[in-house]
Design a protein around this ligand. Sequence first.
Ligand code: TNX
Length: 489
Amino acid sequence: MTRELGDVIPAPGEVRPDAAAAFTVDAGTAISAAPGTEQVAAYLADALRPATGFEFPAGDGPGTIALSLDSDLAAEAYRLEIATAGVRLTAGAPAGLFNAVQTLRQLLPAEVYAATPQQVAWTLPGGTIVDAPRFGYRGAMLDVARHFFTVAEVKAFIDAVVQFKINHLHLHLTDDQGWRIEIDSWPKLTAISGGDGTGVDGVGPGFYTKADYTEIVEYAATRFVTIVPEIDMPGHVNAAQVAYPELTADGVAPPQRTDVEVGYSSLVAGKDETYAFVGDVLREVAALTPGPYVHIGGDEAQATTAEDYRTFIERVLPLVTAYGKSPIGWHEMATVDLPPSAVTQYWRIEAADDGTARAAATGGKVLMSPADRTYLDMKYAADSPLGLDWAGTLDVEKAYGWDPAERLPGVGEESLLGVEAPLWSETLRSLADVLTMTFPRLPAIAEIGWSPRETHDWESFRRRLGAFGPRWQQQNVAYHPSPEVPWAE
Ligand code: TNX
């Protein structure tokens, strides 16, 4: 059955159906790529070939899918025009065309995600969609420290989330239980703390070589996703201290930790070794990272005095900028006076403030990740086998039912960089676990980050979401069958 033009997540800004204008993709459909659009055109053809079995040669004229750029549109904005004579995708930049392609895929029958040819009428509903994001940063975070996920698993995660126009992937690379990114100048970080026995319960070993990390960065870039690497400090550093005891106050290596406690480890604010270490790590991570941000953690530093915390953050922020990056930190960082280039990531459950509004008042941007609405590691319900519940349980309606511009007094629309849904991995052991916690909640956060406020509507959202059950099944993407969602057969 043909889909309706508005059956898209995130909800598009403007949808003008034209029932008389449906277009059917068939063996004769060609793809025409104007200069600058070749890469997205190739991605589109690759995405459609397996399930349709069609060739999608390059070609012009009637009956084609045509991609072009229009400098009047913002980079990520796009127009999708479906008419009997052909389909046109127009955007401000290739990133916008990529967004248009995701919308187009959602408008084809669910079988379009199958790996082998399907006998289906590939009919697209007619009309025009004009769409643009509410926020420039729409993120997901994967904790690869508590449990390591391979390059192939991260790529699969990226492919699943970009379908909802997520454009940033934050990798939580280091924590008490493991260090997952190779640093040439401090090789024992991964040699000792990336190896066997690391991770929660000692069952999540592994690390990215520089080549692995670069492979992720480059793959993400082909999907217009910016990688945001996080090195968590001054707390959450037990794995680093196991490898390098000179990073402790007494120079004695602590025991390796595989439990889920937080707030017990700290770098030493008054030691020169600390800043030699941090400087080297930030330099190497920044050099591997083309994106504008490096995340320095800053959360749950209960083992650091307030004075030491301030000293530490004030010395580390200029190092990030010296290596050409803008710092992001969890909201505790905003207890320190921040330069306007620093981004505060707000994760609190109650509407209390730790300086985030003060940072916003001086021009700093805020990334909204309130744990009670966006934490994908929270249990769906009390009986969920995976996940934690310290921020409460989180069903789809709760993940959808909030507005980032109304969350925190003093942090309105203009202060927001965007939204991010973090996924911590204490209870996760496989890619299937990751996907089960991500879907169907991430699409809720994606719609909050992309769609205009006035389009937000729970009844509409859950009806549209129900159509994704068969779509995820076709792709072998595990998801939680939330009872609130009217799943399509
Ligand atoms: C809090 S939220 C943490 C993490 C845990 C997470 C579990 C934040 C910045 N820190 O260390 O993994 O809760 O939900």
